[in-house]
Design a protein around this ligand. Structure first.
Ligand SMILES: O=C(O)CCC(=O)N[C@@H](CCC(=O)O)C(=O)O
Ligand SMILES: [Zn+2]
Length: 329
């Protein structure tokens, strides 16, 4: 049944039904780690909802959050009123409790991807699942929340990344995110081929990457802090309008520059435990690279997000961001 699906995804030896019913809907496993929930009665405010987790295998809080949603549906304390696609992204990495096995899955969501290997194959499988789900509910507004946790501490422990795309984010989303206790918003300045970008760019979905605290092993996540987030996905699962908060208090940032690792001897010039959103003054040296040289902050201060010197060469080693005005209401 629903509650067992997470465990069975991690343990192929355990048998589980591939489809069945629960009090308010039907479920079907359409691919490994992909669970489709169909309501018996779809509510008028329903979105076609995708909730994904474990695109990075060591980010366990989102998996626990989705487990709570499924348990509530199974227990009948929550009534499914919207179609929901639940995705566990990188199953081998989740089993190994690693960010990825061979390469970062969250850089591969691009149509026409030609790379070969386990993660590229999984990206193709997940893109096809997303396409099929949104096609099947073409009449409904589309929504994709891709749930993550960050490697390091953050001055804003819970925040969202808004992927770059031509389509707009609806203003109600900002109010829902504020009520879900998201503490900052980061606007991407260019295409990034992440999973949330895929849904927004190719399907016009309301789509975000959520950072829900810091990476921790199963059982060690601060789930109390994620209660408002659970309330948001639960309301969406019910097909009901979520609670709306005040957006005025949420700081907005825009990416100014992607710091890339080009050489083997790439280093960041600040401490490993520097929290996300730490501000650096003009002139500060942020990185040294044996291929591209030094990177220094220009005339305006920059805040650093997701710094990671240990990425593959050619990959993003940090986002450098600056505060910006909130989107118009
Ligand atoms: O904490 C970190 O350094 C990484 C956390 C993480 O996995 N972040 C996502 C953000 C995706 C986006 O830019 O929308 C990632 O790097 O894939
Ligand atoms: Zn992640």
């Amino acid at each position: 049944m629903l509650g067992e699906w997470l465990d069975c995804t991690l343990d192929e030896q355990r048998d589980t039904s591939r489809q069945g019913t629960f009090a308010s809907g039907r479920f079907a496993i359409s691919a490994p780690g992909v669970l489709r929930l169909t309501p018996h009665r779809q509510r008028p405010d329903a979105h076609a909802c995708i909730f994904s987790a474990a695109i990075h295998g060591n980010e366990t809080a989102p998996v626990e959050l989705i487990g709570r949603l499924l348990s509530a549906l199974e227990a009948g304390t929550l009534t499914l009123g919207a179609p929901v696609l639940v995705i566990l992204g990188n199953i081998p990495a989740l089993k190994a409790q690693q960010r990825f096995v061979h390469t970062n899955l969250n850089r591969l969501f691009e149509r026409g991807l030609s790379a070969s290997g386990d993660e590229p194959d999984r990206a193709r499988e997940l893109m096809a699942e997303v396409d099929r789900f949104f096609d099947d509910y073409a009449e409904l507004p589309r929504l994709h929340y891709d749930l993550h946790t960050a490697i390091r501490a953050s001055l804003f422990p819970r925040f969202v990344v808004e992927p770059y795309a031509d389509s707009d984010t609806h203003s109600e989303q900002w109010r829902w995110l504020a009520a879900a206790d998201m503490q900052a918003v980061l606007h991407q300045h260019q295409h990034s081929w992440t999973f949330s970008h895929y849904s927004k760019h190719y399907h016009g979905a309301q789509s975000f990457t959520f950072e829900l605290g810091r990476v921790a092993p199963f059982g060690e996540n601060d789930m109390a802090a994620l209660q408002p987030m659970l309330a948001l996905i639960s309301r969406l699962g019910e097909g009901m309008p979520p609670e709306a908060g005040a957006t005025a208090s949420v700081p907005y940032f825009r990416v100014q520059h992607e710091l890339m690792r080009h050489g083997d001897a790439f280093t960041l010039c600040f401490a490993d435990d520097t929290p996300n959103f730490t501000r650096f003054a003009p002139g500060t040296c942020l990185a040294k690279d044996d291929v591209s040289g030094e990177f220094r902050v220009g005339d305006t201060p920059l805040h650093v997000v997701f710094p990671n010197a240990n990425v593959e060469t050619g990959a993003r080693a940090a986002l450098l961001v600056a505060p910006c005005a909130p989107p118009a209401e």
